[in-house]
Design a binder for this molecule. Structure first.
Ligand SMILES: [Zn+2]
Length: 135
């Protein structure tokens, strides 16, 4: 067997280069939400958000989970509580700003429906006043 030293050294150079690029897979990335450039390490590359937005989105998710637990434990009381319902709706809408897809629209529609139902009696009571000013 004839060894070809030029060929061999070329090949080893190539594999060194391959090893180099493999180790440095951190990529610069524009945050999906705020467009800020961030560098994601290899294990973060499933992320689409910069560190700050990622943290904010996590906070919102935690609040949603908390309100979910409240809702589950006191549904009958909370379905008439528009402060709770609209707070929960706002969280779901807020989270959408951090994701390239929509949050659970069935959940949002249910909340909207309840909020409207709760608001209606009040609207009717305040309805068009009889005997308003005449021109
Ligand atoms: Zn961001």
């Amino acid at each position: 067997m004839k060894a070809d030293p030029t060929q061999w050294s070329k090949q080893s150079q190539r594999s060194v280069a391959a090893g180099w690029t493999k180790e440095y897979t951190d990529i610069a990335y524009a945050c999906w939400r705020c467009r800020k450039q961030d560098v994601f390490s290899a294990e973060d590359q499933h992320r689409t958000l910069c560190g700050q937005c990622w943290q904010e989105a996590n906070d919102i998710r935690r609040s949603i989970e908390f309100s979910q637990r409240q809702w589950a434990s006191a549904k009958s009381a909370l379905r008439g509580d528009n402060v709770f319902l609209s707070g929960r709706l706002n969280l779901l809408v807020e989270l959408e700003a951090y994701m390239p897809y929509k949050t659970d629209s069935a959940k949002k529609n249910m909340l909207l429906k309840l909020i409207k139902q709760n608001a209606q009696p009040a609207l009717q009571a305040d309805g068009p006043a009889s005997g308003g000013p005449t021109a």
